[in-house]
Design a binder for this molecule. Structure first.
Ligand SMILES: [Zn+2]
Length: 303
């Protein structure tokens, strides 16, 4: 049993879709490109395989609108926040001492709460690739074969792959640039990507050395100390001693948090948030600026 709905996609196009009644599965068809997104409950899939049906759904107002929070909002296509809370004016890219490749679960790609895009917008050379269990994308294979990069997966340790664990991404004197592969999804999705991708099974694994509490309150965390994707990258940059890049990403993450909350709670935006002043100074080319997240944004502010 599926229910039809219509919605405006990120590019502002009117789209048709269907979802299973329990709303766990969504299947959508972009009216212009017929691009299919989401997972495919069999019934929704067959319904939407016909363009004619998709068109007729798109032309009729939905009887029961799609309920997902924020699904009908107009959003900035870069940061996915609403126009009022767009953070693109604070975007500043830095060349870090490492590169990142996010292997993103397809359910994460279009989520406004996904913080992977903050890394992409801040750390030069970041690649965001969609995970496929059986077929790695060519871009990923090229990255793994690149002799100038030392690739490793960022993942918690476990006894069954203890032999793959490394404590630092490159040994001293190794001229290669570390390439951190972050499995971008919920903890369950990340575990699935880690366990079910043969092409990743020979790569070394690196873990975060210091446990820290997440500052990310937009999504429910399944386990304590579970960090969101941007926080993993920040921690990894700190771990290799690249504090400058870690600070830039830290600040952008704080701005994102502040603006997302303002959007959700319909609150005014703070114009002189320390993270913003810092990023504006960076964008203006000022040298010697630093950002200390712990003093800039006390934990009590984050409720
Ligand atoms: Zn934006």
């Amino acid at each position: 049993m599926v229910q039809a709905f219509s919605y405006i996609n990120l590019k502002g196009c009117y789209c048709a879709g269907a979802y299973s009644v329990d709303e766990t599965c969504i299947f959508a068809v972009d009216q212009q490109s017929c691009e299919k997104v989401g997972v495919r409950p069999a019934a929704a899939y067959s319904l939407l395989l016909s363009d004619e049906v998709a068109m007729s759904i798109a032309c009729q107002p939905p009887r029961r609108p799609f309920q997902a929070r924020g699904s009908r909002m107009v959003r900035c296509e870069n940061c996915l926040l609403t126009p009022r809370t767009c953070i693109c004016d604070f975007r500043h890219q830095v060349s870090a001492q490492a590169r990142f490749c996010l292997l993103t679960h397809r359910k994460e790609f279009y989520k406004p709460t996904n913080t992977g895009r903050l890394i992409e917008h801040t750390i030069a050379g970041t690649e965001v690739l969609e995970w496929s269990r059986l077929e790695p994308c060519e871009r990923l294979l090229r990255l793994l074969a690149d002799p100038s990069l030392a690739a490793c997966i960022v993942f918690p340790p476990a006894p069954d792959y203890a032999h793959r664990m490394i404590s630092q991404p490159v040994m001293e004197g190794d001229p290669r640039t570390p390439l951190f592969i972050i499995l971008d999804g919920t903890w369950r999705q990340a575990r699935r990507i880690f366990r079910h991708s043969d092409y990743l099974s020979s790569l070394p694994v690196i873990s975060l050395q210091q446990a820290s509490n997440s500052r990310y309150h937009l999504r429910k965390k399944i386990e304590d100390n579970q960090l969101c994707t941007a926080e993993v990258a920040i921690a990894m940059l700190k771990q290799i001693g690249d504090t400058t890049s870690a600070q830039a990403l830290d600040a952008y993450f704080d701005v994102f948090n502040e603006h997302y909350r303002a959007s959700r709670l319909n609150r005014p935006i703070c114009p002189d948030q320390p993270a913003k002043l810092y990023l504006q100074a960076l964008r203006a080319g000022e040298s010697g600026c630093t950002y200390d997240q712990s003093t800039a944004q006390p934990e009590s502010d984050m409720a």
